[in-house]
Design a binder for this molecule. Structure first.
Ligand code: G3H
Ligand code: 13P
Ligand code: ZN
Length: 322
């Protein structure tokens, strides 16, 4: 199977009550870990590349690595997606350069500007057989290229979604219902604590998701910022020389619930970073004599694979859906 768009994937996910995982990729080991998990579980998968990933690894390297993964996993549909494209030129460069899907993130712009920019990308993308994700509502986040303060973030306004989708022609829509980017999704002050003293974040705004679903029946919705920041990995990092106090994410059962609804794509990056970092930190502490990168990148790649396997089965529900 060649690289595919997300059209078929989303149609099946919507009617099947599950979501497709969109995992961020930056290097060979991450691509291998994700696609080995998806291949073994016969799951559709989206590999997504941010502007920062492209700057780090180079467009051609990432496209060729993904092409290799497609060749080695002929039984599963794989899409290559631009994550958080912020200009027409960046989207065009990915469309011309072999991606099957792009996101144009105009969510921080005034509404009419977001529509005009998104429409322009959709016209070019559709002429080239590429699908487009747009965004309405802004997520808080501390990532390199996605930097929105908590005060500037805002939930999606359901009353805008039909107008936005109709006027732009987007194929999917990212909405803001309380998720955010990175490993620190909420301050301790925004959370309560359970009996063990663990932080419990405020629940996602399912009321907004339900209203969006009602207004856009059958239309695929996307959730960004959907890492759960599993505390066992934070603990391993902190016990092995790391420092990640009060890192907190979105509870997995809430993501599973969203996947049963209109959410067809769930973005996960931070949890893969945590898995790989925890594994490599522990490895270095246990093997201070190791200096061959293969000695720690191999278990690091296995840690990515194990994390993705867990997500495909327990959070997304897309195992066996290829
Ligand atoms: O949405 C943000 C992703 O986690 C990508 O992060 O811009 O650091 O590559 P990045
Ligand atoms: P996390 O930081 O929660 O993994 O979100 C990733 C993301 O939304 C990429 O676009
Ligand atoms: Zn995102």
């Amino acid at each position: 199977m060649a690289l595919v768009t997300t059209t078929e994937m989303f149609k099946k996910a919507y009617s099947g009550g599950y979501a497709v995982g969109a995992f961020n990729v930056n290097n060979m080991e991450i691509i291998q870990g994700i696609t080995e998990a998806a291949g073994e579980l016969k799951a559709p998968v989206i590999l997504q590349v941010s502007k920062g990933a492209r700057a780090y690894a180079n467009h051609n390297y990432l496209v060729k690595l993904v092409q290799a993964a497609v060749e080695l996993n002929p039984d599963i549909p794989i899409a290559l997606h631009l994550d958080h494209g912020d200009t027409f030129e960046l989207c065009k460069s990915c469309i011309d350069g072999g991606f099957s899907s792009v996101m144009i993130d105009g969510s921080s712009k005034p509404y009419e500007e977001n529509i005009a920019l998104t429409r322009k990308v959709v016209e070019y993308a559709h002429d080239h057989g590429v699908v487009v994700e747009g965004e309405l509502g802004t997520l808080a986040g501390i990532e390199d290229e996605v930097n929105v303060s908590a005060e500037d973030s805002s939930y999606t306004r359901p009353e805008e979604v039909e107008d936005f989708v109709t006027r732009t022609g987007v194929d999917s829509l990212a909405i803001a219902i309380g998720t955010s980017h990175g490993a620190y999704k909420f301050t301790a002050a925004q959370c309560t604590r359970d009996a063990d003293g663990k932080l419990v974040p405020p629940p996602l705004r399912f009321d907004i998701l339900r209203e969006v679903e009602k207004r856009l029946p059958g239309f695929p919705i996307v959730l960004h910022g959907s890492s759960s920041v599993p505390q066992e990995f934070v603990k391993i990092i902190n016990e092995n020389g790391g420092k990640m106090p009060d890192a907190v994410g979105i509870p997995e059962e809430q993501l599973r619930e969203a996947a049963r609804m209109a959410v067809c794509k769930i973005n996960i990056d931070s949890d893969l970073r945590l898995a790989m970092t925890a594994c490599i930190r522990k490895h270095f502490c246990e093997h201070p004599d190791h200096f061959d990168p293969r000695q720690y990148l191999k278990p690091g790649r296995e840690a990515i694979k194990a994390m993705v396997t867990h997500k495909l089965i327990n959070v997304l529900g897309c195992n066996g859906k290829a």
